[in-house]
Design a protein around this ligand. Structure first.
Ligand SMILES: Cc1cc2nc3c(=O)[nH]c(=O)nc-3n(C[C@H](O)[C@H](O)[C@H](O)COP(=O)(O)OP(=O)(O)OC[C@H]3O[C@@H](n4cnc5c(N)ncnc54)[C@H](O)[C@@H]3O)c2cc1C
Length: 367
């Protein structure tokens, strides 16, 4: 048994692999504390499918209580608001303090819709994702008043949410996807973009590849007002949570925690970070659920080394993980893998199988 108290802040995609290692006895500590206010982890990859009526909400979530019990964690169900690297304490919202020997942060990204587009009451940010899901559920009750929906953001999140919104059985709305001046799916290949555009045309989703902003209460692209929208869903990428920088932890120009190849916060060997909140200084690892999930088991091994007073040696390289399956909401999926881009119904079956299998790993001990 290792000496030392490990504290995990956040139980999202990146920390699931760590919790999994603890419950399987692959990571040992004197005590493991978990600071996380949510009772379930919302798996983002199934949210567009939930919107399209393909899943119930419960099928897209991992309840945390059974995992916490199995792993023997000490769960503090509130938010952390500060970390002190010098006296190794965490301050919680309730002002309680926890002491640790090794700490790991995976608190995800923060919404930045209002900062990017401007404030407006019709704006619905997809981050935090629980807030998005809760508001979308409520909006379903007044769906008959929502005739025109704009989805702003041309990355994978916005691209899939547009399909989800277009196929939500509660709504009968026109969908416009405003992809920004970088265009639709800028990080994917021309073949994927062609497939996606053909699918939007098939589903009568209008695509505008220009930058949008609220101007005098209307959404405008390049200064030109668009016809009014009843709802504007923003998937404009994740910003950095503010408090880690306020605590003096090293952050990059965008406010993300700077970590080395072992996920150690630069210059602080007993604090680690992974997932969307972290910025790797040694290589380019994009912020995505896939990378967050696959970095988890490697993070677990490095945390174990740190608890034993050894230097961590494992590196998450992210190779081969830049694949996406975009759910079209109509029984097919578009695969993006390197230069490849193809659309097929069997790819949707594959995505469904992968997603359900992943959820089952954490909800069904026999899986
Ligand atoms: C709609 C949508 C669809 C997406 N689809 C995909 C996809 O198909 N494929 C893909 O690869 N990526 C996808 N992503 C991106 C993916 O969701 C993120 O990259 C991923 O969630 C990052 O994981 P994480 O562990 O960093 O953070 P999260 O999974 O967001 O977890 C962060 C956790 O930290 C907790 N937390 C936050 N602040 C605190 C605090 N102060 N104290 C304690 N706990 C805190 C939160 O409650 C949360 O449980 C999608 C994102 C969205 C919004």
């Amino acid at each position: 048994m290792s000496k030392g108290v490990l504290c995990l802040i956040g139980a999202g995609h990146a920390h699931l692999g760590v919790i999994d290692a603890i419950r399987k006895g692959k990571l040992e500590a004197e005590r493991v504390l978990l600071v996380e206010p949510r009772t379930a982890m919302q798996y983002s990859g199934m949210v567009p499918g939930w919107m399209a009526g393909e899943y119930t909400l419960d099928q897209t979530r991992i309840p945390l209580a059974p995992l916490v019990e199995e792993a023997g964690l000490e769960w503090h169900r509130e938010e952390a608001i500060a970390v002190s690297p010098t006296d190794r304490t965490i301050v919680l919202e309730s002002e309680r303090r926890l002491t640790f020997d090794v700490c790991s942060l995976a608190i995800g990204g923060a919404g930045q819709a209002a900062a990017v587009l401007g404030c407006d009451e019709r704006l619905l940010d997809i981050r935090p994702i629980d807030g998005f899901v809760a508001r979308w559920s409520i909006l379903r009750n007044s769906a008959n008043r929502i005739r025109d929906i704009a989805v702003v953001g041309g990355g994978a999140g916005g691209a899939e949410l547009a399909f989800g919104a277009a196929n939500d059985p509660a709504f009968d709305a026109h969908i416009t996807l405003i992809a920004g001046e970088g265009g639709l799916l800028p990080e994917m290949s021309a073949m994927v973009r062609r497939r996606a555009k053909a699918e939007y045309a098939r589903q009568s989703i209008r695509v505008i590849e220009k930058e949008a902003q609220f101007v005098n209460g209307s959404l405008a692209v390049e200064g030109e007002e668009l016809p009014p929208f009843d709802l504007v869903v923003a998937a404009v990428g994740s910003g950095a949570p503010e408090w880690p920088a306020r605590c003096g932890l090293p952050v990059n120009a965008d406010g993300f925690l700077e970590v080395d190849e072992h996920q150690r916060v630069c210059g602080i060997p007993h604090i680690f970070a992974a997932g969307d909140v972290a910025h790797r200084t040694d290589s380019h690892i994009p912020h995505s659920g896939v990378h967050a999930v696959y970095a988890g088991p490697i993070l677990a091994r490095n945390l174990q080394a740190a608890l034993k007073g050894r230097a961590p040696r494992n590196v998450y390289r992210g190779r081969g993980m830049d694949f996406y399956l975009l759910n079209t909401g109509r029984g097919a999926a578009i695969l993006s893998y390197g230069p490849l881009g193809t659309r097929a119904r069997w790819l949707r079956c594959l995505k469904d199988w992968l997603d359900r299998r992943w959820i089952a790993r954490f909800t069904n001990p026999a899986a």
